[in-house]
Design a protein around this ligand. Structure first.
Ligand code: AMP
Length: 421
C-alpha cells in the first residue's frame, strides 16, 4: 500500500508537529513562566479557541482581520479562531463585571493567524502573556514591563532590550510634521525593518504624504535613546506625557530593569487597539520581536460598555525559546523492566506499579525482544535503570537493577521494591 501522499503526511501549512523532546522543553518553559506570573500575583485563565467572528473582528484592524481563521459552524454561526488573548479576555470581562479590579490574569496557550509562514512565523503558535485590567497608573505600565523583562530572563536570556513608545507621543510627532495620525500610517510604520526604506516611503506616499515629509518622518522615528532619557525627548511634544514616562522609568529603576529599556519612536505596533504606551521585546541577536504589548484603555469598553483602563503583553513562546537556544529537553525513562520468562511477567508488572506509585516512570517489556535487543534499545533511547527479572532472580526473590550510565548492576530484594524501595 502506498499510504498517504507526501504533502498529506506533513502538517497543514504554517503548523507544526511537536515531538516529545520539543514538547517537554515547551512544558518546562510553561512551568517557569507560570510560576513567575503567579509570583507577581497573576492567575491563569483559558478561553475557547473558537470565538464569535464579530468579537474578533471588532477591534482587530484590517491586517489582522485578514489573518483570522474564519468559518461557519453547522448552525450557520460565524466563528473564528482567536488571534491573540487580549480580545477574549476583554470579552470575558465584559460579562464578569464584578471581577475585583485590578484584574491580574495570565495565559499560556495557542493562537492562530493566517500569516505568511516563514522562519519564526507560524499559523499556530503559543503565546504567554499577562493582562492587567483596571489600573491607569504608570506603576501598572512598569509592573507589566518588569514582568515581561523577568519572563525573558527566566528562560535564560540576559541580553535583551524592550523598545518602548507611546501612541499619544507618536500622534504628536506626526502632527508636528503636519501629518494626520491614522491607523493606516501606523500600519505602514509597523512594517519598518520588514521592508526596505524606499518601500516604506512609497507606502507613505500612497497615503498622501509627500516624499520629503515621509523621509523626515522616517529619520525622526529612527532616533532611539535609553528609556531614562525618554522624558526629555517627550517633553518636546507633551509635558504631561513626559511626566508620566518619568514615573514609569522611576518604577522600572526600582525593579532593576531600567537599563534594558529603550525609547524607540519606531515602535508603533500593528494592532489597532493600543491607546498609550506600546513596546516590543528583542532578545540577543534574534531578529524578530519575541514579544509585544501596550496599553489599550478603550478595548474593554468596546465590549462591556464600561470604560476600563488596561494593558498587557504577549510573548511568542517558540520565538523566545529559539532566542534562548532551547530546542529540546530530555525526559529519560526511570525504569525499563525486562521479565525473562512468562512467569516473571506478573512480578514485573507488580514492580512497575510499585515504582509508579513512588512517582517514577516504568515500562514493562512487551515480550517481543531478546534481552540483548531490549538492552540496546534502552541504551539508545535514554533509560536510567534496566531491571532484569529472570528465573534465578525469581528463585532468590530479588531483581537485578542495572544503572545504564554507570554500567553497574545491583541485586535488590523484591520485597523492598514492593514496599517502596
Ligand atoms: P503581536 O501582539 O502580534 O506583536 O504578537 C506578540 C508576539 O507573538 C510577537 O512579538 C511574536 O513573538 C509572537 N508572534 C506573532 N506572530 C507570530 C507568528 N505568526 N508566529 C510565531 N510567533 C508570532
Amino acid at each position: 500500500m502506498p499510504g498517504l501522499e507526501d504533502s498529506l503526511r506533513r502538517p497543514v501549512r504554517g503548523m507544526r508537529d511537536l515531538t516529545p523532546e520539543y514538547y517537554y522543553a515547551l512544558r518546562r518553559v510553561e512551568e517557569v513562566l507560570s510560576r513567575l506570573a503567579e509570583s507577581f500575583g497573576y492567575r491563569r485563565i483559558e478561553t475557547p479557541a473558537v470565538e464569535h467572528f464579530e468579537v474578533l473582528a471588532k477591534k482587530a484592524g484590517r491586517d489582522i482581520v485578514n489573518e483570522i481563521y474564519y468559518f461557519r459552524d453547522k448552525a450557520g454561526r460565524e466563528l473564528g479562531l482567536r488571534f491573540d488573548m487580549t480580545v477574549p479576555v476583554a470579552r470575558m470581562l465584559s460579562y464578569r463585571l464584578d471581577e475585583p479590579k485590578p484584574v491580574r490574569w495570565f495565559y499560556f496557550t495557542k493562537v492562530w493567524r493566517y500569516d505568511e509562514p516563514q522562519h519564526g512565523r507560524y499559523r499556530e503558535f503559543y503565546q504567554f502573556g499577562v493582562e492587567l485590567v483596571g489600573s491607569a497608573s504608570p506603576r501598572a505600565d512598569a509592573e507589566v514591563l518588569a514582568l515581561m523583562a523577568r519572563a525573558i530572563e527566566a528562560v535564560g536570556v540576559g541580553d535583551y532590550v524592550i523598545r518602548i513608545n507611546d501612541r499619544r507621543v507618536a500622534d504628536r510627532m506626526l502632527l508636528s510634521l503636519g501629518i494626520k495620525p491614522s491607523e493606516e500610517i501606523y500600519r505602514v510604520l509597523d512594517k519598518r525593518g520588514k521592508v526596505s526604506e524606499e518601500e516604506l516611503i512609497s507606502m507613505l506616499m500612497g497615503l498622501g504624504i509627500d516624499r520629503e515629509k515621509a523621509s523626515e518622518l522616517l529619520s525622526l522615528i529612527s532616533a532611539a535613546v535609553p528609556y531614562a532619557e525618554a522624558p526629555e525627548v517627550i517633553s518636546k511634544y507633551d509635558g504631561e506625557l513626559a511626566e508620566r514616562h518619568s514615573a514609569v522609568a522611576k518604577a522600572l529603576e526600582a525593579f532593576g530593569v531600567l537599563d534594558h529599556m529603550a525609547w524607540d519612536p519606531s515602535i508603533v505596533r500593528g494592532l489597532d487597539y493600543y491607546t498609550g504606551i506600546v513596546f516590543e521585546a528583542f532578545a540577543g541577536r534574534y531578529k524578530l520581536a519575541v514579544g509585544g504589548g501596550g496599553r489599550y484603555d478603550d478595548l474593554i469598553e468596546l465590549y462591556s460598555g464600561i470604560k476600563t483602563p488596561a494593558l498587557g503583553f504577549a510573548i511568542g513562546v517558540e520565538r523566545l525559546m529559539e532566542a534562548a537556544g532551547i530546542e529540546k529537553a530530555e525526559n529519560p525513562l526511570d525504569y525499563y523492566i525486562y521479565p525473562v520468562s512468562g512467569e516473571a511477567y506478573g512480578v514485573a508488572v507488580e514492580v512497575a506499579e510499585a515504582l509508579r506509585a513512588k512517582g517514577a516512570s516504568a515500562v514493562v517489556d512487551l515480550g517481543e525482544w531478546s534481552l540483548r535487543e531490549a538492552l540496546e534499545r534502552a541504551a539508545k533511547t535514554g533509560v536510567r535503570h534496566f531491571i532484569i527479572i529472570g528465573k534465578k532472580e525469581l528463585e532468590k526473590g530479588v531483581v537485578k537493577i542495572r544503572d545504564m550510565a554507570k554500567r553497574e548492576e545491583v541485586e535488590v530484594e523484591l520485597s523492598r521494591i514492593k514496599a517502596g524501595l
